[in-house]
Design a protein around this ligand. Structure first.
Ligand code: KIV
Length: 266
């Protein structure tokens, strides 16, 4: 098992090997995905809505994320761990972005930072990478700006859609990003951006021709009964947990559990 490091992503793009990324928010999930060979674990701010029951990612605080990011970093032996900065912790200035990134890196043990936006945050990205912090961008549908984007809308459509996204992606690359997530971008535009950039693109709802793919793990592993159209349920974890819990309830109520082998003698 070879530890995944930042230079491996450029090498994977160069040889056409797809990069795999899943979100993870705790230690056992990180260990399971690490053992499965996932290249990158993302401690996404999607923990706000997916794990903490918030109605969006917007209310999540930096210090709420840190214990989860620390748990993921502890569970990842091979995978490269990227942590999101939540809304409100990097937009104000380059100084704010560097201070938030340093806090996340020092307290969590994550190996890189991700936050949303293109040209509008290029100064922040440059300051973060100048501080020696690996940075992953996030373009297309950016959930923290869902209100400004008019909801969950596919990006890159219409006149100028490609040009604007490409200008944002190039700005991130020039500011030192090592990769960029493209979320809900029309597939031909994502393909052209992937070809135009030196750094890898990681798609989510952006078609098959990005350099890698990322999914929110609860969507990918079938925890809920709904998943977005661009995801696939690769397992039925939610149903397995409900079935297991129902067996437990039946065994306890029926007096079959605990049995002798689960009990301690004097
Ligand atoms: O927070 C998150 O899970 C993300 C992915 C959707 C890329 O940013």
């Amino acid at each position: 098992m070879k530890k995944v490091r930042i230079h491996h992503f450029a090498e994977m793009k160069a040889r056409g090997e797809k990069i795999t990324m899943l979100t993870a928010y705790d230690y056992p999930t990180a260990r399971a995905f690490d053992a499965a060979g996932v290249d990158m674990l993302l401690v996404g701010d999607s923990m706000g809505d997916n794990m903490l029951g918030m109605d969006s990612t917007v209310p999540l605080e930096l210090d709420e994320m840190i214990p989860f990011a620390r748990a993921v970093a502890r569970g990842a032996e091979r995978a490269f761990v990227v942590a999101d900065l939540p809304f409100g912790t990097y937009e104000v200035s380059a100084e704010q972005a560097v201070a938030s990134s340093i806090r996340m890196m020092k307290l969590s043990g994550a190996e890189a930072i991700k936050f949303e936006g293109g040209r509008r945050v290029a100064a922040q990205v440059k300051a973060v990478t100048d501080a020696g912090i690996p940075f992953c961008g996030h373009l297309g549908f950016t959930p923290q700006s869902a209100n400004a984007l008019g909801g969950h809308r596919v990006q890159g459509r219409g006149d100028g859609g490609y040009d604007a996204l490409l200008a944002d992606a190039v700005a991130l690359q020039e500011a030192g990003a090592f990769a960029v997530v493209l979320e809900m971008v029309v597939a031909p535009v994502a393909e052209k951006i992937s070809a135009a950039l030196d750094i890898p693109t990681i798609g989510i709802g952006a078609g098959a021709h990005t350099d890698g793919q990322v999914l929110v793990w609860l969507d990918a592993m079938g925890v809920g009964d709904w998943h977005p159209r661009f995801s696939r349920q690769f397992a039925a974890v939610g149903q397995a947990m409900t079935d297991g819990a129902a067996s437990y309830v039946a065994a306890v109520k029926g007096g079959e559990f605990p049995a002798a082998e689960h009990s301690f003698d004097e």
